[in-house]
Design a protein around this ligand. Structure first.
Ligand SMILES: C[S@@+](CC[C@H](N)C(=O)[O-])C[C@H]1O[C@@H](n2cnc3c(N)ncnc32)[C@H](O)[C@@H]1O
Length: 235
């Protein structure tokens, strides 16, 4: 066997072994990207930068956080879980709305955000404002622990949303709600349009996960604001 033939035979053997592996990896990545294109997105590891964005004073003009909290008609003593809470922009407001007998829990996958919220709660002396680090695919909520589970500009970051939403149902107390605020397709603000989830798609995915739409608020200029409850009572 000449040198060229030998190299060629070795190459063929390695190619034969490597090709199926390479093809499998490429297929998996393409399928994952097609299924969850929004999963490919920036992180929120730079807390200082994102705190400037989330806490920018001009945000209140369009985010209307106090109106959002008022619209939820929270009662003293209730528990609100703010998933993907970031710097606690809404969490601290929930803590005030439910009073000292209630609880607002901000959860996030970024340790910097959780540290920011803990410092925020201490600075504001709000003992009913907690922060927890959670896994990206599971908010790790105790059964029957939440009256309201809230997401603002978060669900478009979550890959397998239907599977994720299904995990929320057992965490709701009887009468509990899941609330979503997220960017409209036409909004000049928000993530790149390809990453956004239309209101219709969001409602469809909640339905698929076993929820039904019970309320909708239309006072936010750039976002839809929806409330869901389990379609069938939780056990
Ligand atoms: C655009 S920010 C919104 C922050 C906050 N909700 C607000 O309105 O100011 C998205 C936040 O969701 C967090 N996040 C992304 N994926 C998450 C997941 N799977 N579970 C929990 N938090 C997540 C990010 O770390 C980030 O803090």
């Amino acid at each position: 066997m000449g040198e060229y033939q030998m190299h060629s035979a070795v190459f063929r053997k390695h190619f034969a072994l490597a090709f199926p592996l390479l093809a499998a990896i490429l297929c998996f990545q393409t399928a994952a990207a097609q299924q969850h294109p929004e999963a490919v997105h920036h992180g929120f590891g730079d807390t200082a930068h994102w705190a400037e964005v989330f806490e920018a004073p001009q945000r209140a003009k369009w985010q209307k956080p106090d109106e959002v909290v008022r619209a939820l008609d929270l009662k003293p003593g209730q528990t609100v879980v703010d998933i993907g809470a970031g710097t606690g922009y809404f969490t601290r407001r929930f803590a005030r709305a439910v009073g000292p007998a209630g609880m607002a829990i901000g959860v996030d996958i970024e340790p910097g955000m959780v540290a920011y919220m803990k410092a925020d709660a201490a600075k504001l002396k709000l003992a009913n404002y907690q922060a927890r680090l959670v896994r990206a695919d599971d908010p790790e909520l105790a059964p029957h622990s939440a009256d309201v589970i809230f997401f603002c500009a978060v669900l478009h970051h979550i890959g397998d949303r239907v599977a994720y939403l299904r995990k929320l149902k057992p965490a709701l107390k009887p009468g509990g709600r899941v609330v979503v605020v997220d960017f409209k397709q036409t909004s000049p603000k928000g993530p790149p349009p390809a990453m956004r989830i239309s209101r219709e798609e969001m409602v469809a995915q909640f339905r698929q996960a076993g929820f039904r739409l019970v309320a909708e608020h239309d006072f936010l200029p750039y976002e839809y604001f929806l409330e869901f409850v389990p379609a069938a009572p939780t056990g």
